[in-house]
Write a protein that binds this ligand. Structure first.
Ligand SMILES: NC(=O)c1ccc[n+]([C@@H]2O[C@H](COP(=O)([O-])OP(=O)(O)OC[C@H]3O[C@@H](n4cnc5c(N)ncnc54)[C@H](O)[C@@H]3O)[C@@H](O)[C@H]2O)c1
Length: 531
């Protein structure tokens, strides 16, 4: 067993008990409160700082730039130009320029600013939890790309910090916001499938076209310059990217809202494709590729449901997140064919009159019935944000819906759709599955990140403001963005920004930067006065 793999944290305590690996859950320190259903005071504006602007981060900046009541305050990437380039998006929308940070520790200065509410993290996996911890320690809410924590130690650190600081630490699981998943969740919550007893989820995505483009850390930690993602797969066994498959089914199964994942067993194939990728890149034999090409994990919940997860980023296969729910009265399946199976009785009981007599669960229901079912259970969140999301795009629009919901919840003082316990439970699969496979596929118990509170709330639900509150928050948000754009134009912030970029000497740059900072402060004061 390789002990320096990041997915195996040094502090995890476990012991054998009746053939199982039992993971210990540390007690909640005295005086520390949970953050279940955490609702912070309404934020009139959401002030955001971004860390990590490679392939993924810029689309998040573009999404936030479209949402009223958002102020993009700071941009940070290890590489200065990647951060600076995002200012073009703000300029395009007439928003004020954002401050730029760079270098390995630039995020520390960003997190120390006193004008940021939310730190949005889209770095490589090594930096997710490091940046998130820094943000929480500095009193900022966190939204962290997947997987937000790479091992149990990082999961516990984020849970503890979120509890100590009473802040949000959300996992950015965009697959929870895809159309089929949202509608199906709505159906599940209305009992369309009866009791859901089994679910499947996966990340099956051949990454051959992407490996070369992942960032290559220049600090010597990636001597063969494999890029962070291939290097991570080489060094770490386990389902290290479980959350796209797990997130949506965990919501449908009410995980830590009445049920909890109790135990898993994992099994992987040998590495063939991964090993070949490294050999092709280095020209040397590779005998230490830890991540099996295809990993399968079976999870059993406290209420005796089963989840099957698969992970394969290596082999040539059609993209597949599986997403399948088996219930006592019906069935839903997304890949490769989207469909539902309900018999006539259950469809009628769900409020949809079948057009044909012979509707049975032996096959997917015909198009007309399916359409009627989907229309009846269209998710309210899709009704609100779906049209704009489709226009904006980004994984078919689900990225925008996630961002719009995050801002909506913060502006309306509501609990976020995914809390730090979701983050920890979903990300824990990496270490737990590695532990299972490193021990002959032994059963491994889950820690309880809620520390006894997984049954306190019954049923996963999205939070909504009343129509009046929602309208009031939207009016403030729109007024803010309008005023901010007007002040940006009036004070010629982009001209001042250009002066900084075009300055011929350090001294001139400094002078131009001071002028820009002053003007930004003045613009903010003007906006504040108007609201
Ligand atoms: N949810 C999704 O659908 C989805 C899709 C793609 C990627 N992702 C996730 O987004 C993250 C980024 O992926 P990517 O494809 O953009 O990778 P990438 O390699 O293109 O970008 C990573 C960026 O992080 C920056 N970075 C590294 N260390 C940093 C530090 N200390 N401070 C500031 N910046 C730092 C790098 O300079 C690089 O620009 C990954 O976690 C990935 O899993 C999620």
């Amino acid at each position: 067993m390789q002990t320096d793999a990041q997915s195996l944290s040094p502090s995890t305590k476990w012991q054998w008990n009746k053939g199982k690996i039992v993971i210990e859950s540390p007690e909640r320190p005295a005086g520390q409160k949970d953050v279940l259903q955490l609702a912070l005071p309404k934020m009139k504006t959401v002030r955001v700082g971004f860390v990590g602007l490679g392939m993924r981060g810029p689309s998040a900046v573009a999404d936030f730039a479209l949402i009223p009541g958002v102020e993009i305050v700071a941009l940070c990437d290890y590489e200065h130009d990647r951060a600076e380039r995002q200012n073009a998006t703000l300029r395009k929308h007439g928003l004020p320029p954002a401050a730029v940070y760079s270098g390995e520790k630039g995020y520390e200065d960003l997190c120390r600013r006193n004008d940021i509410d939310l730190v949005y993290i889209a770095t490589d996996w090594d930096h997710h939890a490091i940046v998130a911890k820094c943000a929480l320690e500095n009193g900022k809410n966190v939204a962290d790309e997947v997987p937000s924590a790479m091992n149990l130690e990082e999961c516990w650190e984020l849970v503890n910090l979120a509890e100590q600081k009473q802040l949000n630490c959300m996992i950015l699981e965009n697959c929870c916001y895809d159309w089929f998943e949202m509608r199906t969740l709505n159906m599940a919550q209305h009992g369309v499938f009866g009791e859901i007893i089994r679910a499947q989820g996966a990340y099956i995505h051949n990454l051959d076209e992407f490996w070369d483009y992942y960032w290559k850390n220049p600090n010597g930690s990636d001597p063969e310059q494999l890029g962070w993602r291939l290097k991570y797969n080489r060094e770490n066994r386990g389902d290290i990217y479980a959350t796209h498959g797990l997130g949506p089914v965990a919501q449908a199964l009410d995980i830590h809202r009445g049920d909890r994942m109790a135990l898993l067993v994992a099994m992987d194939t040998k590495s063939v494709h991964g090993k070949e990728l490294v050999e092709a890149k280095t020209g040397k034999p590779c005998n230490d590729f830890r991540n099996g090409d295809h990993t399968t994990t079976l999870i059993r919940t406290a209420n005796q449901k089963v989840i099957e997860l698969q992970h394969d980023v290596m082999n040539p296969q059609p993209y597949n997140r599986l997403y399948q729910l088996t219930g006592s009265r019906g069935f839903a399946n997304k890949y490769p064919i989207e469909g539902y199976a309900l018999d006539s009785k259950q469809l009628t009981a769900s409020g949809v009159q079948p057009q044909v007599d012979n509707l049975s669960t032996h096959s997917f229901m015909p198009e007309a019935e399916r359409k009627a079912l989907e229309e009846k259970y269209e998710h309210p969140i899709l009704k609100k944000f779906g049209k704009l999301a489709k226009e904006v795009g980004g994984h078919g629009g689900m990225d925008f819906i996630m961002t719009a919901r995050l801002v909506y919840c913060l502006q309306n003082g509501l609990p976020l759709d995914m809390d730090v316990y979701d983050l920890a439970e979903w990300c824990a699969i990496a270490e737990l599955s590695a532990l299972s496979m490193d021990n002959d596929c032994a059963p491994v118990t889950f820690p309880d990140f809620t520390r006894g509170l997984w049954n306190k709330y019954q049923g996963y639900r999205h939070a909504y403001a009343s129509p009046e509150e929602e309208a009031a928050a939207e009016a403030i948000a729109q007024a803010f963005t309008k005023a901010s754009k007007e002040a940006t134009a009036k004070l010629k912030l982009w001209q001042l920004y250009d002066n900084v970029q075009n300055a011929k000497s350090d001294a001139m740059k400094q002078k131009a930067q001071t002028a820009l900072n002053k003007a930004i402060a003045k613009a903010r004061a003007i906006v504040a006065k108007q609201l």
